[in-house]
Design a protein around this ligand. Structure first.
Ligand SMILES: [Zn+2]
Length: 465
């Protein structure tokens, strides 16, 4: 969240000085790109929003797309509405963008997954343009500073060598600027058909140009090939023989007592199955804001989680991992696709990443920055593991020992304990101070966890015979 806002929402301080747009501008014909206007969210509450793009009305095909998109926006569930705690919110009843065209807006201080096309009737034209318009140079400068910091954090990443060399730094900043550009783009694909689900997308993804501006993208859930037309897709489904991801099945959990479905995880090598992994990255970018990896998949392994039934192994999520990480990252990207969220799969993937680290006799940590959802998942996973250990372990525990047993990096243990206010500094050392009541309270909150079962993991694959 903090990284998000620092990169996309110009903080007010610097910006206010530049603000003060004159009232005359809005009299010349409504919102312009880059301005901030008051916009009604789908539940009717009004929020400050930045205009990202504009589509005129008057019978153009663009306007038709815009109005379809504005409507699609109101069907999504699971999103937190600005200013309300309710998920889903009340769909806007007035999305007839018919007469007045539409604007693509970013709600200031909210995640970009809430960006959407709205009909002009949802823009408060009477209130006019709001102060504090982002000043372009100011914005860019701030982004660059943040990117430099990110580059410094990355150090000499994965053999790209020359930690301090000027050329490398410039190249990386250019790359990060490109990333910034892409995350601030207008969504290009509005929804995607994946298996039996039609899913509304969250963010821009760099699909080839002739695939952008699609209302619906068709994706084969087994080979992840993407198609523009339903007819092509139908033909592909008849021909495609894949029924599970490529690579080795490393994890299999059968359905409990014949209830629900089993789950499997496949380890897919980015080098061996390049196209599959590139397609996976493109697809997942529709739901991930921060992500630089699309085409250079060789240095990564992908762990693809599937629900298994008679029809095959249906992808529900994945995480990627660098084959070798000097920074001890044990996970690069993690995603559960929206139809499968809130079923505990995120925690299963996180716990699997630590299980792999344990078997490598390593400690690990997720690559930063984490998305807002990723951060929440990790925080609650760490809390759960630590509280269980504090409750059950007989004997004296040190942070080092906890780290060795859980494969969680010491800094993540310390930050988790600090966030729970359980860490005291005593005689020059960190000491964990916790009562049984606190432990029980924390564990009650996280009772529905579904972690991976180590006995279901057959990894490393080489060791079996
Ligand atoms: Zn296929």
């Amino acid at each position: 969240m903090p990284q998000r806002t620092s990169i996309t929402n110009p903080s007010s301080l610097e910006v206010l000085a530049e603000g003060g747009a004159s009232k005359t501008e809005n009299e010349e014909g409504g919102p312009q790109v880059g301005q901030r206007w008051k916009v009604a969210w789908r539940d009717g509450t009004v929020h400050l929003a930045e205009i990202v793009d504009i589509r005129k009305a008057e019978g153009s095909s663009d306007a038709a797309t815009a109005s379809a998109a504005a409507k699609a926006g109101s069907t999504e569930r699971g999103k937190k509405a600005p200013g309300t705690a309710a998920a889903g919110g009340e769909p806007s009843r007035s999305s007839s963008a018919g007469g007045g065209g539409a604007v693509y807006v970013h709600y200031v201080d909210f995640d970009r997954r809430l960006d959407e096309w709205v009909g002009m009737e949802r823009v408060d034209l009477a209130a006019g343009q709001q102060r504090a318009v982002a000043h372009h140079n100011g914005d860019k400068r701030r982004v660059t500073t943040r990117m430099k910091r990110k580059y410094d954090e990355m150090g000499s990443k994965s053999g790209h060598g020359g930690g301090g060399d000027r050329e490398g730094l410039d190249a990386n900043i250019a790359m990060l600027e490109k990333e910034h550009e892409e995350i601030t783009k207008v969504k290009n694909v509005q929804s995607v058909l994946l298996g039996k689900f039609e899913v509304e997308t969250w963010y821009f993804s760099p699909y080839p140009d002739d695939y952008s501006k699609l209302d619906k993208l068709f994706v084969c859930e087994f080979c992840l090939k993407y198609m523009k037309r339903e007819s092509t897709f139908t033909r592909h489904r008849q021909k495609c023989t894949m029924r599970h991801p490529p690579g080795d099945e490393i994890y299999r959990e059968t359905a409990e007592g014949g209830q629900g479905c089993g789950v499997s995880v496949y380890e897919v090598d980015g080098k061996t199955n390049k196209v599959y992994c590139q397609n996976l990255c493109l697809l997942s970018k529709l739901f991930l804001d921060h992500k630089t990896l699309y085409y250079d998949v060789d240095p990564f392994l992908f762990y693809v989680l599937c629900e298994v039934d008679d029809a095959g192994a249906h992808i529900v999520g994945y995480f990627s991992k660098e084959k070798s990480s000097p920074e001890e990252y044990n996970l690069a990207c993690i995603l559960t696709f929206p139809p499968f969220q809130r079923k505990g799969y995120g925690k299963l993937l996180i716990s699997l990443s630590y299980e792999l680290s344990k078997r490598e006799h390593m400690v690990g940590s997720p690559e930063k920055p984490l998305s807002d959802l990723g951060k929440l998942s990790y925080r609650s996973y760490w809390t759960y593991v630590l509280m269980n250990m504090l409750r059950d372990y007989k004997g004296e525990l040190s942070i080092r020992l906890i780290s060795n047993m859980t494969a969680i990096k010491t800094e993540d243990i310390i930050s988790t304990l600090q966030s729970l206010n359980l860490l005291r500094y005593w005689k020059g050392q960190h000491v964990i101070a916790v009562s049984h009541t606190t432990i029980d309270e924390c564990l009650n909150k996280s009772s529905r966890f579904k972690l991976c079962r180590p006995e279901c993991l057959t990894w490393p694959v080489e060791l079996e015979d």
